[in-house]
Design a protein around this ligand. Sequence first.
Ligand SMILES: C[S@@+](CC[C@H](N)C(=O)[O-])C[C@H]1O[C@@H](n2cnc3c(N)ncnc32)[C@H](O)[C@@H]1O
Length: 194
Amino acid sequence: MEPTKALALSDAFGMLHREEVLALADLVQKLEPGAKVANVGAGFGTSALTIAEVRPDIELVSVDIRDDDNPFGGFMNERNAFINAGIELKHQQIKGDSPVVAEQFPTETFDLVIIDDDHTYEAAGNSITKWLSRVKPGGYILMHDYDSVMWPDVKTVVDEVAEMFFLKFEWQEDTYICFSRPTVAQMKKKGKTP
Ligand SMILES: C[S@@+](CC[C@H](N)C(=O)[O-])C[C@H]1O[C@@H](n2cnc3c(N)ncnc32)[C@H](O)[C@@H]1O
């Protein structure tokens, strides 16, 4: 199924490129029924709308630090995207600083965490490492703006974290990069201690 409303949002605002919307749609369509997903950085609602369109059964939470009318994104923009698309917004919106919100969840909670929030070196490192521990072994972490000219720190941080935590590269589409968190068995097979 094509996320037509999210693609229209991509054309209008470009927060995610069309190829990225389609890659995210492919990924979530592979998740188990009732999977849990954290969408960190609500932005213009493109990622949340993609998920709501193709996998409405998914237990989704969005996280953002803003909930006001502004040109950079936040919960108001996400709600407006759903209203304009004619899709009911059923997921929880949790307002706060990304790494702080991550701590509200037990470790190994999510089948997929999507990170698209603060792209500076220190903030991105804090956010990614905190959320990574909330991903179930075998689950996915998907990061946006990897290897983009505008946000060079994202690549630096992602490469460091991927090496440090033995993440398994899954795919890259435009500036989306996806890794899976190794299971204990996979770590042992590689001779690594989790
Ligand atoms: C590029 S936008 C996300 C785009 C979104 N994924 C989409 O599909 O439209 C980045 C968002 O991250 C939020 N953000 C920035 N720093 C944050 C932080 N420290 N904690 C939580 N959200 C943050 C911004 O308010 C903004 O809404």
